[in-house]
Write a protein that binds this ligand. Structure first.
Ligand code: GLU
Length: 385
């Protein structure tokens, strides 16, 4: 009997960001020369002080289950980072934090416990591909709200208000933004937070690229609010500390929401890997070493960004000027998916088609790759255009 997918996943599409990297890897394994500018993954090794902390933790016995929500020292470290910017009346406590197997799981758990059948969730678009799927897996309706080109494809509070209906329950924020690299200013975020508070919406703020900003520091919504009653902040160690494979992300949420997310996780994956949690403690508490590592990685990302922009500017290509994250979002003036396929097949450059982010005339280039690959990749892309 053929497999008939359950209605739970009838609409589900495979993650395009993951699929592009898998295809690039497969082509490389088959002997093709491929420059992978698809993967949204730092190409740096995890800093040595973090790897060493993990080795010590294994030898000290970090090989068993932990609390579902994560070990206390990690949740204390996350709370300390949050309270360094949050000045509200209810400081973040470890009980407000759930550590998961990557920020992706935290985002999914948040959507699943907050939203349900027919709820609408506003997703500033282009937005990361998995937001739409996660909201839909919670049986809610993702409502794309398109940002204007003149504002780096960012959305305004007025645009969100115009897209809202009586069924709107939440809004998904992501600054610095994947796929555009756009960074929302404190004022832009304040306007959106004020609208959400006024309407009683949940705000999920995905801040995974917060520390990767070039022209000015990016703003955490935690620094802008006085209470966290309807706010879930998502972060993790993957991008800032080059720890993608360790799979550690977290949610900072109102206590009851955190408890619900823990209950959900207790039936699905339980705790994230014990040794990875100890590695994350080192990342968050050895501040001088972490700061030095982040500063160096951001310096290299910035050099790559600037080199890529020089090539694009010289060719007059249209793109969003990235102020954070490590992506360039390029307008190809036609079918981005066909362009991405052609670019991979004929020029050996892997990029992610903009259709994954609901904006099909664009492609996403990741510059989390050696600078010579970035420059050559962007040159070939320009030639293909
Ligand atoms: N978030 C990264 C990206 O957009 C990693 C892959 C994924 O999980 O989607 O490429």
């Amino acid at each position: 009997m053929p497999f008939t997918p359950s209605p739970n996943i009838a609409q589900l599409k495979e993650s395009a960001t993951i699929a592009v990297s898998a295809r690039a890897r497969a082509l490389k394994a088959a002997g093709r020369q491929v420059i992978d500018l698809g993967a949204g993954e730092p190409d740096f090794d995890t800093p040595a002080f973090i790897r060493q902390a993990a080795q010590r933790a294994i030898e000290a016995g970090a090989t068993r289950y932990t609390a579902t929500e994560g070990i206390l020292p990690l949740r204390e470290a996350i709370a300390a980072h949050a309270n360094a910017v949050y000045r509200g009346s209810d400081p973040v406590r470890p009980a407000d934090i759930v550590v998961s197997t990557g920020s992706k799981q935290s985002l999914f758990n948040a959507c699943f416990v907050l939203f349900g059948a027919d709820d609408e969730v506003l997703v500033p678009t282009p937005g990361w591909t998995s937001y739409y799927e996660m909201v839909a897996l919670a049986k809610a309706v993702p409502v794309p709200v398109f940002g204007a080109r003149s504002r780096g494809l960012k959305v305004t509070a007025a645009e969100l208000a115009a897209a809202a209906t009586p069924r709107t329950r939440g809004v998904m924020l992501n600054s610095p933004c994947n796929p555009t690299g756009a960074v929302y200013s404190a004022e832009e975020l304040r306007d959106i937070l004020a609208l959400a508070a006024d309407r009683g919406w949940w705000v999920i703020s995905d801040e995974i690229y917060l520390h990767i900003a070039y022209d000015a520091p990016a703003t955490s919504v935690l620094s802008l609010v006085q209470d966290r009653e309807r706010l879930i902040v998502i972060n993790g160690v993957a991008k800032s500390y080059a720890m993608t494979g360790w799979r550690i992300g977290w949610a900072i949420a109102p206590r009851a929401v955190a408890a619900a997310m823990t209950a959900l996780q207790s039936h699905t994956t339980s705790n994230p890997a014990a040794v990875s949690q100890h590695a994350a403690v080192a990342a968050l508490t050895d501040t001088p070493a972490a700061q030095a590592a982040i500063t160096e990685m951001v310096r290299q990302f910035k050099m790559r960004r600037d080199a890529a922009m020089t090539v694009l500017d010289a060719a007059g290509v249209q793109y969003v000027r990235p102020e954070g994250a490590f992506y360039l979002y390029i307008n190809v003036g036609g079918d981005g998916a066909a362009f991405a396929t052609r670019l991979l097949d004929s020029a050996g450059i892997a990029v992610v088609p903009g259709s994954a982010f609901l904006t099909p005339e664009w492609v996403r280039v990741s510059y989390a790759a050696p600078i010579e690959h970035v420059v050559e990749g962007v040159q070939r892309l320009v030639a293909a255009l």
